[in-house]
Write a protein that binds this ligand. Structure first.
Ligand code: ADE
Length: 238
């Protein structure tokens, strides 16, 4: 149905959104569903930029509107996450090649984490797209870039005990955040690709609230900016 080249860019934080708006051309605001969608161009690419909202439902609403009302063909999400795997440190970047809603539990009716009706728990991102994104992000900035499983749930994880339990329950998980798997579920429903790129702001431990706050204030938005700009520049050269 929808064959536009428009890319939807969801930012998690107002600071990240503003950094993108500062560079947008012809940006026109459209308000829908209590959100402001900014339509215009970034680096010559047609984009719709919007704040995702926090949590799975807010992000799912925003994603649905981007796909249906703004007819974006592909969706990118930039934001921060808590690191779960030991090799994933603050400042590193994680590109999700699969996403799971760690708080989905309709057992015993369905297996734990299974999305009822879909018969799966892991939402896989298209491998070729993730290859491209990992390559571009690794070129654009010096920090380590990891590719793997990202968990999402309506919970800010802030204890080493919770981290251990999540990693035991969902082995291989690299990072945890609050929106990505919901975005992926909506994109799956509409058969559209999505890319979830997260910079690690904290280690989801007891220090997470302070680390998160500091990272948002100092690092998150220039980092997201650099990632989005590198991706757009790769796209405009295609
Ligand atoms: N986003 C960034 N850090 C997070 C954490 N510790 N838990 C959930 N979402 C996050």
């Amino acid at each position: 149905m929808n064959q536009s080249n428009r890319i939807g860019i969801m930012a998690a934080m107002p600071e990240e959104l503003q950094a993108l708006l500062d560079r947008m051309v012809d940006d026109t605001p459209v308000t829908l569903g209590g959100r402001t969608f900014w339509c215009g161009q970034l680096q010559g690419v047609e984009v719709v930029v919007v704040l995702s909202g926090i949590g799975k439902v807010a992000a799912a609403i925003t994603t649905t509107l981007l796909l249906q009302a703004f007819e974006v063909n592909e969706l990118w999400f930039t934001g921060v996450a808590g690191g779960l795997a030991p090799q994933v440190q603050v400042g590193d970047v994680v590109v999700a090649d699969a996403l799971v809603q760690h708080d989905m539990d309709a057992s015993p009716l369905f297996a734990r984490h299974e999305l009822p009706g879909l018969g799966l728990s892991h939402l896989q991102a298209p491998a070729a797209l993730i290859d491209e994104v990992v390559g571009v992000v690794a070129q654009a900035q010096p920090q380590p870039v990891h590719r793997g499983l990202v968990l999402s749930g309506d919970q800010f994880v802030a204890s080493a005990g919770q981290v251990a339990e999540l990693v035991q329950r969902l082995p291989g998980a690299l990072a945890v955040e609050m929106e990505g798997a919901a975005v992926a579920q909506v994109c799956h429903a509409f058969d559209r690709p999505c890319v979830i790129v997260r910079t690690i702001s904290d280690r989801a431990d007891e220090a997470a609230p302070q680390d998160f706050g500091r990272f948002i204030a100092e690092v998150a938005s220039p980092r997201s900016m650099a990632i989005v700009m590198a991706l757009l520049s790769a796209r405009s050269k295609r």
